[in-house]
Design a protein around this ligand. Sequence first.
Ligand code: GDP
Length: 218
Amino acid sequence: MSEPLGTDTFTPEEIEAARVRFARPVTFLMGAAKIEQLPSSDVAEVAFAGRSNVGKSSLINAVTSQHQLARASTEPGRTREVNFFTLDGGERLVDLPGYGFAVAGKKVTKTFQNLGRDYLRGRPNLKRVYLLIDARHGLKKVDGEALDALDLAAVSYQVVLTKADKLRPQSGVETLRAATLKAISKRPAAFPRVLATSSETGVGIAELRAEIAAALSI
Ligand code: GDP
């Protein structure tokens, strides 16, 4: 049996410690447009990836309780840079460029553009990638390609469902979570837990903070 929304994975003390950790200021460090511009790899990082419009900016803002930290863009595919945010303890959150967007009607099928791919391959301090999946759409072909790329790069990743509030009926969230977990169960680098979140209602955000805190401590 899968756990309901992962809520019993962490103790209340762990959830609270993660809340306190993320309540401290998180600052924008830099945006890198080229591999040469990536900051030093001497502090622990976790990264967020997903299709454009999946709710990545909103999720980063929700996790840090800073509404303007990551730019929530209404224009899919606008953000091509890898953006770095520094936690109070020095660790970093990394916002990878969204993938799978359409440019002038032409589908860009490359999952991770060069920079994102290079980042994933050459980052020994990268503790985990959170691969975001829109709960209304579930795993799409392009997401499967992203999972392939992560498996190939041997980067530990965890699937996080976004916009769980939008799923109707709400009971579908648990079904989708279980189905997603099953779909990734044979993937070598997949973390065996799927979180359902909503930046709108706050569901799953406390657990995601605890997941990130745990991953950063590895
Ligand atoms: P990004 O392109 O992945 O950074 O996605 P954004 O964070 O900009 O969000 C894309 C759209 O989805 C925006 O209109 C957001 O308001 C909306 N959105 C993001 N997260 C949620 C959520 O948890 N629930 C709902 N209902 N809408 C969301």
